[in-house]
Design a protein around this ligand. Structure first.
Ligand SMILES: C[S@@+](CC[C@H](N)C(=O)[O-])C[C@H]1O[C@@H](n2cnc3c(N)ncnc32)[C@H](O)[C@@H]1O
Length: 293
């Protein structure tokens, strides 16, 4: 696809190809608008993967078949871009309540690496930093507070940074848009790895009487695992105002046949829950080393 095509024309092209289905959800319409990268990248829609999660993906991809991944609430597609860089042959699906992603504009590896030193761990912060270092100011051509994919593409030369790579093959294989779990058409028991960072489980879980976590687990394949993260630096109220707080909650939920869970020696039945314990990284390192041997 030519970069002449705008971000949103690329989204329409993918929709016409059947790679995107459904319409942005209505449940928290105002919140979805705030999070949508349509109005710009920000610290809530452009977070990178934590290095431990990247390592976890490498360990999971040790199995021979292509890993089937679902990201719930992908924002602008930063984490899925990274996942595709890590495991090229994975099958990657997303479920979004807000706007779909252009699967032909993948976040470039360089810009993702540059995020590691940013406090919030998001691409938007890294971009703002470059812009201010280069003293690029808002002008008629773009608004610094609204770094939309289209104007970022335009800015790339001035930034001297590749932010997006225009790719021939879609880096996200399928996207469904809508309110999870109300309209969810995704197949049960079909994903080896489910990832969420402040997505539906965070937004709906506990705030309604819907068993969002249970509905998420139904999507997990035998031997699969889910990582549900919420690292809200800001929590939005329904009227759009927000209060600051910082927590880090990580839920690892694994099918009992999941290799990592088995090695973590947890209960051999039902869903296994564990945290980042001392031996967690060792288990991952072992699995990666065994594959390389
Ligand atoms: C705060 S953003 C997080 C984006 C990204 N994971 C990140 O960390 O930068 C929330 C994401 O979850 C999605 N989301 C929230 N509630 C949802 C629901 N009930 N059904 C589907 N998607 C939902 C939003 O559309 C958005 O993609």
């Amino acid at each position: 696809m030519s970069s002449e095509m705008s971000y949103w024309e690329g989204v329409e092209k993918a929709r016409a190809q059947g790679l995107i289905e459904g319409e942005p959800g209505k449940r928290f319409k105002r919140l979805y608008e705030l999070y949508s990268h349509k109005s710009g990248l920000n610290d809530c829609n452009s977070r990178v993967l934590n290095p431990i999660i990247s390592k976890l993906l490498r360990a999971l991809s040790v199995k021979n078949d292509a890993l089937r991944i679902l990201e719930m609430g992908p924002g602008a597609g930063v984490a899925v871009s990274q996942m595709r860089h890590i495991i090229n042959d994975a099958v990657i699906h997303t479920m979004a309540g807000a706007t779909p992603i252009n699967p032909y504009w993948q976040f470039a590896e360089g810009i993702l690496d540059d995020v590691t030193d940013s406090y919030f761990g998001d691409v938007a912060a890294a971009l703002y930093r470059y812009l201010s270092r280069k003293k690029i100011e808002s002008s008629g051509s773009f608004d610094m507070s609204k770094l939309t994919p289209d104007n970022i593409m335009f800015l790339q030369t001035q930034l001297e940074r590749r932010v997006f790579d225009v790719v021939e093959l879609p880096y996200v294989d399928y996207q469904w848009c809508g309110d999870f779990p109300d309209e969810n058409p995704l197949k049960k028991k079909s994903y080896d790895f489910i990832y969420e960072n402040c997505g539906p489980n965070y937004h709906i879980g506990g705030k309604t009487n819907i068993d969002v976590r249970g509905r998420t687990m139904e999507l997990l394949a035998e031997g699969g695992m889910a990582v549900l993260l919420d690292v809200p630096m800001k929590e939005y109220n329904l009227d759009g105002s927000y209060v600051h707080f910082s927590t880090l909650n990580v839920d690892f939920l694994a099918h009992p046949d999941n290799e990592i869970a088995k090695r973590m020696a947890k209960l051999p039945y039902g869903v296994t829950r564990f945290g980042i314990e001392n031996n967690f990284q060792n288990v991952l390192d072992d699995m990666i080393a065994e594959k390389a041997a």
